[in-house]
Write a protein that binds this ligand. Structure first.
Ligand code: CO8
Length: 260
């Protein structure tokens, strides 16, 4: 599939997906969501990809939300279809077995914030701004924001952001735990790649197990979560990577993981 609304590159096991509608501040329209779904399916089936990075084209925006020009033409049924389409693609993103990092280079508003929230963690540029401004449009977040944001930063802070629709700068997003790290704009991609390379050098099976264990554990009680962890741990121990990791430690050399 030739993409018109995203860029998708893979280098040394790291895939970079760039939202690419800079004239509309990378707003999400139906065509972009279809391309995103395709790229995520390709990623899930590509054994060579170990980490995915999401970012936005241009210096100004990661994703400025759903495309309001398109949104304004929807009746209730089309709006429901569009919301479900967005939720499905964002769930697909969250369900990827490999780690996903959002490199938020500018505005992450509405669906843009929701996209970043579905990644495993967020790095941001000092010039980034986060917000869920839907309330000002007479609607509410429809791509999972009312669910994922309170789980990440707590219900009280999420309610303040969603009820006021106000944007918060990267520094504040860092303070409330919405983003992990903030960098100068020109350093954001290199720093994100550096972390991606560190992760990509680890065992694929153990990364998958760690991600699944954390994600599934967040939605269950502690005892069930510990069971999930023990099962995942046992599966890891059966992998070639676990043998390599422990052997390399005992032989005082660097482990070379093969992803098996
Ligand atoms: N959709 C379409 N076009 C957009 C969007 C958008 N979300 N955001 C910006 N643009 C366009 C502008 O119209 C403008 O186009 P043009 O040059 O042709 O006039 C261009 O991008 C540049 O934007 P601005 O001139 O406005 O740039 P500023 O620097 O002055 O402002 C802002 C930047 C603050 C980001 C401003 O553009 C803005 O407020 N944008 C809208 C942000 C927003 O409200 N996003 C939430 C959308 S709703 C949503 O995401 C809900 C998701 C779930 C929906 C599910 C239900 C169906």
């Amino acid at each position: 599939m030739a993409y018109e609304n995203i860029l998708f590159t893979v280098e040394d096991g790291i895939a970079t997906l760039t939202f690419n509608r800079p004239k509309a501040l990378n707003a999400l329209n139906g065509a972009l969501l279809d391309e995103l779904a395709q790229a995520l399916d390709d990623t899930a089936q590509n054994e060579d990809i170990r980490v995915l990075i999401l970012t936005g084209a241009g210096e100004k925006s990661f994703v400025a939300g759903a495309d309001i020009t398109e949104l304004a033409t929807f009746g209730p049924l089309q709006a429901k279809f569009f919301a479900q389409k967005g939720q499905a693609v964002i769930s697909k993103l969250q369900a990827l077995a490999i780690p996903v990092i959002a490199a938020v280079n500018g505005f992450a508003l509405g669906g843009g914030s929701e996209m970043a929230l579905a990644c495993d963690f967020i790095y941001a540029s000092e010039s980034a701004n986060f917000g869920l401004p839907e309330i000002g449009l007479g609607i509410i977040p429809g791509f999972g924001g009312t669910q994922r944001l309170p789980r990440l930063i707590g219900a009280n802070r999420a309610k303040e952001m969603i009820f006021t629709g106000k944007m918060i700068p990267a520094a504040e997003a860092l303070e409330i735990g919405m983003v992990n790290k903030v960098f100068a704009p020109q350093a954001l991609m290199e720093e994100t790649l550096k972390t991606a390379r560190t992760i990509a050098a680890k065992g694929k099976a153990s990364l998958r197990a760690a991600k699944q264990s954390i994600n599934r554990g967040l939605n269950v009680d502690l005892a069930t979560g510990l069971d999930i962890e023990a099962e995942a741990f046992a599966l890891c121990m059966a992998s070639e990577d676990a043998k390599e990791g422990t052997t390399a430690f005992l032989e005082k050399r660097k482990a070379v993981f093969k992803g098996r």
